[in-house]
Write a protein that binds this ligand. Structure first.
Ligand code: NCD
Length: 313
């Protein structure tokens, strides 16, 4: 699949071949980030030059720490430039009632690529219809977060050297986690089994479950899940998707991954979480050699570098 000049809106745009070539490119990008001064040119090679002269805008209508920093660092490491608005809801022309469609037309006259996050499902796709430059979805409501899923699969692939044959356990807010939805969207290209566990009321949406078919098994307790999982994919209860604090509070603190649960997990399993965590992973798990959530953050820069190159080169 060719990504040059394309919007990246959904995991549905990827197949196994394009995923594996993205991972190979991300591996190369890790070297760009890690390597010391380039002796030949005398300059520091921690900065590539592949996207020199290109400018990326980050438009965030919803809070972010990792995703925005990660995209911006990726672009800077490739020699490109960045313009950024971390709080579009408060400080952009939306306050003067500009429509999303018009903002799309406007910003795409200025920059070469746009990275956007929005609280409403489908809003990034709508925006992209009116943009003359590629738009990358950095999360739209509870719908999708494709680049997080790309870096998650990259982390799994690096860890196990393969994805086929693994059992993926999922725990947390399976109803609202756009990350877990996107993970499933990519994992369908591999021969994996799923074991799902969530608080009652936060189950995986039935449409997604139907698509997963016989590969998915729903279990009742976290213990049942960790017994067979090679990957333990955790999500926090997605507070911003609930109508009231009261409704949210019903679920907080249920299904915590802690040291006691990890005692029952497989020796070579890994624990993943896109972060932020709230009450879903106990801090004591950080020192467990199976924790991978901070490494995921590091992998995210390399994966986004690879993706930006594919879209812009
Ligand atoms: C995720 C998100 O925004 O969906 N965070 C992230 O991008 N790393 C997960 C979350 O907020 O729980």
């Amino acid at each position: 699949m060719k990504f040059q000049g394309q919007h990246i809106l959904s995991t549905q745009q990827f197949d196994k071949k394009s995923l594996l070539s993205l991972f190979a490119e991300a591996k190369k990008m890790e070297k760009v980030v890690k390597s010391g001064p380039d002796v030949k040119s005398g300059s520091s090679s921690r900065f590539g030059r592949d996207l020199k002269g290109k400018i990326m805008a980050t438009l965030f209508y919803e809070p972010s720490t990792r995703t925005r920093f990660s995209f911006e660092t990726a672009m800077l490491r490739l020699g490109g430039g960045v313009v950024s608005n971390a709080d579009m809801m408060q400080t952009s022309s939306i306050k003067k009632l500009e429509t999303l469609e018009d903002t799309g037309k406007v910003v795409s006259q200025i920059v070469d690529v746009i990275v956007m996050r929005h609280p409403e499902s489908g809003a990034v796709a709508l925006f992209a219809q009116h943009s003359d430059v590629p738009v990358i979805n950095a999360g739209d409501g509870s719908n999708e977060h494709p680049t997080q899923a790309l870096l998650d699969l990259y982390t799994i692939w690096k860890e196990f050297g393969k994805i086929d044959g693994l059992t993926i356990g999922m725990i947390g807010d399976l109803k609202n986690s756009r990350v877990q939805h996107s993970q499933i969207g990519l994992l369908k290209h591999f021969k994996v089994k799923f074991v799902l566990v969530s608080p009652r009321g936060l189950e995986m949406p039935s449409a997604i479950l139907k698509e997963m078919g016989a590969s998915a098994k729903v279990v009742l307790t976290p213990e049942d899940m960790v017994e067979t999982a090679d990957v333990i994919s955790v999500s926090r209860i997605q507070k911003e998707r609930f109508v009231s604090e009261r409704e949210y509070k019903q679920f907080v603190g249920s299904f915590v991954v802690d040291a006691a649960l990890m005692k029952k997990a497989k020796k070579n399993a890994i624990v993943m979480q896109p972060l932020p965590r709230v009450d879903d992973i106990a801090v004591e798990v950080d020192s467990d050699p199976r924790a991978r959530y901070f490494e995921q953050v590091r992998n995210g820069v390399a994966v986004r570098m690879a993706l930006l190159k594919m879209v812009l080169k």
